[in-house]
Design a protein around this ligand. Structure first.
Ligand SMILES: *Cc1c(COP(=O)(O)O)cnc(C)c1O
Length: 376
């Protein structure tokens, strides 16, 4: 059996080696390492794929979030409702800008922010909602957009883990993750479903004015050369990474489908195991299984993890500690909030290996060991 990885980056490179090597050498020959033509080409391809009117690439997914908050003119003290069950970038960028994160608890089945909990957290200072489409499945955007409309709030989607997932509205209309709010953001970090070979990120918007502002802010706030209309940052996608991403984008649907097949096989093999809770699939979203995350109640998660590790099966805990319990944020008012579902999930979740390269033999071995653990 091949060695099991959470993500098999080398395996993925070998599959696409001819295409990636050609893309890389063509950029090397052109020497347009910054702002080369491959940037615009990739942005247009990703816009066509997602249906967003504008895609603006940037240095990474964290910058994308920061630029999104900056471009909406949010001011220090403004409150943004988001989830504490996320990667820290969603929140650290708010805090750096003096914005006030207000955490709403998540739904225990989907791991995504709960619309009912959002309603409870709205105050006169609330200016925006930032749903995170965690593990590859969209948050309940229809309900979130309804709340936002009712209270005149901006919605910024953190779609770093869900590029390619479809949200399905009640009327049957489908939209790609990241294209429903005023702005969507994503990351091309190597472990994401659509990933480059280094750091990269992008913002989506269909608002012309905001698109212009985002483009300017990502380039020091410049309007014409050496004239600055906004306070900005320097955040660019490398031309080399854009060329690689154009290759990867062509395979994204196929790779997401391969992940879904792995998830189906896990579901099938583990559905009879009463000691664990399998990831649920919402009827309003497709799932691209950035992670396949089970829940292991009764305090047995860490022992299962150790057992799997002894059997050469890597797993990860996304996330072991919610943001409001992190040391870095201990002095923030939000550190005192109680989020029972988020806190329980942090003690129960375990992500099993899932990537397009995970094969049947590995799946059988992994699920066999999970079942063995509970038979002991
Ligand atoms: C990966 C990730 C980010 C940050 O992306 P980087 O490119 O690593 O800066 C932000 N939010 C979520 C939910 C992520 O998973």
């Amino acid at each position: 059996m091949r060695e099991i990885h959470m993500v098999d980056l080398a395996g993925q490179y070998r599959k696409l080696k001819a295409e990636i090597d050609e893309a890389v050498s063509s950029v090397m020959e052109s020497a347009a390492y910054v702002k080369g033509p491959e940037i615009k080409k990739f942005e247009e391809e990703l816009a066509a794929y997602t249906g967003a009117k504008h895609v603006i690439s940037c240095g990474n997914g964290t910058d994308a979030l920061q630029i999104a908050y900056m471009s909406l003119g949010l001011k220090p003290g403004d409150e943004i409702i988001t989830s504490a069950f996320t990667f820290v970038a969603t929140v650290e960028t708010m805090v750096l800008l003096g914005l006030r994160p207000v955490f709403a608890d998540v739904d225990e089945n989907t791991f995504n922010i709960s619309p009912e909990e959002i309603r409870k957290k709205i105050s006169p200072d609330t200016k925006a909602i930032v749903p995170v489409h965690l593990f590859g499945q969209c948050a309940d955007m229809e309900a979130i957009l309804e709340i936002a409309g009712q209270y005149n709030l901006e919605v910024i989607e953190d779609a770093a883990q869900a590029v390619g997932a479809d949200f399905i509205f009640r009327n049957g209309k489908k939209c790609k993750a990241g294209t429903m709010g005023i702005i969507g953001t994503t990351s091309f970090f190597p472990s994401k479903n659509l990933a480059c070979c280094g750091d990269g990120g992008a913002l989506f918007t269909s608002d012309n004015e905001i698109a212009g502002k985002i483009r300017s802010i990502a380039n020091h706030g410049m309007k014409e050369r050496y004239h600055y209309d906004y306070i900005g940052v320097n955040s660019r996608l490398d031309t080399l990474q854009a060329a690689i991403l154009s290759v990867k984008l062509r395979h994204l649907d196929r790779f997401n489908e391969a992940r879904r097949r792995v998830a189906d096989a896990y579901d099938m093999a583990l559905s009879g195991c009463d000691e664990i809770i399998l990831p649920s699939r919402a009827d309003y979203s497709t799932h691209i299984f950035h992670q396949y995350t089970i829940r292991v109640p009764a305090g047995r998660r860490d022992r299962l993890r150790d057992f799997l590790r002894e059997n050469h099966i890597p797993t990860m805990v996304y996330y072991p500690l919610p943001i409001h319990h992190q040391k870095a944020y201990a002095s923030h008012p939000f550190s005192k909030v109680s989020l029972p579902v988020t806190e329980k999930l942090c003690s129960e979740v375990l992500s099993l290996p899932v990537c397009p390269e995970t094969d049947d033999e590995q799946i059988e071995y992994i699920t066999g060991k999970v079942l063995d653990f509970f038979k002991q």
